[in-house]
Design a protein around this ligand. Structure first.
Ligand SMILES: [Zn+2]
Length: 275
């Protein structure tokens, strides 16, 4: 689990731990503490073989998966998807498909809604909406149409090769992290997909909104990888990629390595500094 990062690293070393269960943003925190406090040690030296990631969106990004594999030498697994108010873990990947499988059809009734209007959206291939859950089996305090705040995209509703008949989905983000830029719905995971694709960046980023909506540009702060200089050409290249991938204009600020505060739980990606 997460907590005292330095002690955790020492424990992994001393006990010979081979699996880690945390948020997808936590390995970056470990990497920083290793670099600062454990000279000569590399993440791979810890010998972790399996990473069970949940609690935050992000692991559906292929660039993040390969970054984790390369840096840590571990097998990343999309696991531990749950909503603490409703039910603990009820979705994970299988050996055939890295997307989350909904495996609680016997106890939960899932629905999708438009997060703004509340209008229902069918749970079918390719639909995106906020996940709403109703308890089917519960002795006390059943929840009816509980809004999870998680925006998901349903990728497939047919039976998976593993035998699971529940729908398979990706978490796009939290409804309160959605930013509308010139009519387009943007989520931090979309920014992450671009940022993790650049070796010149650490992969850590924040969306810093310094004025209230409406937004016509998306202000992104990203960290440079150790030893990389903030040359103008790099900034322009990243902004161009953002425009191509997201379809919106990004105002990019490049910061030195280690600029962002280290958080041990869920990382807040959207900072509303105008509030
Ligand atoms: Zn499967």
């Amino acid at each position: 689990g997460v907590g005292n990062t330095e002690l955790l690293i020492r424990t992994i070393q001393e006990v010979g731990v081979t699996a880690l269960s945390c948020t997808p943003s936590y390995p970056a925190v470990l990497e920083r503490v290793i670099a600062e406090k454990f000279p000569g040690l590399s993440p791979r030296d810890l010998g972790l073989k399996l990473g069970l990631f949940g609690g935050e969106a992000g692991l559906d990004d292929p660039a993040l998966r390969s970054r984790l594999k390369e840096t840590w030498g571990l097998e990343p697994r999309n696991a531990n998807f749950g909503v603490s108010d409703v039910f603990s873990n009820f979705a994970a990947q299988c050996e055939h498909d890295t997307r989350l499988h909904f495996i609680a059809g016997d106890v939960l009734h899932p629905e999708l809604i438009d997060p703004d209007s509340g209008e229902p959206i069918p749970v079918s291939d390719g639909t995106t909406g906020e996940l709403v859950l109703t308890h089917l089996v519960r002795d006390c305090q059943p929840l009816v149409r509980f809004r999870t705040g998680d925006i998901i995209t349903v990728d497939a509703t047919n039976q998976c090769r593993c035998g699971c008949t529940g729908f398979r989905f990706r978490v796009v983000g939290r409804s309160d992290d959605m930013i509308v830029v010139r009519g387009l719905n943007m989520f931090p995971t979309m920014v992450a997909a671009v940022v993790t694709g650049f070796k010149e960046l650490t992969g850590d980023y924040r969306i810093v909104l310094d004025q209230p909506p409406p937004f016509d540009v998306l202000p992104v702060h990203a960290e440079l990888a150790p030893g990389v200089e903030a040359l103008h050409g790099l900034s322009a290249e990243i902004e161009k990629t953002f425009k191509q991938v997201l379809g919106v204009t990004v105002r990019l600020t490049l910061l030195p390595t280690g600029s962002f505060e280290v958080t041990e739980g869920k990382t807040r990606r959207v900072i509303r500094s105008y509030k």
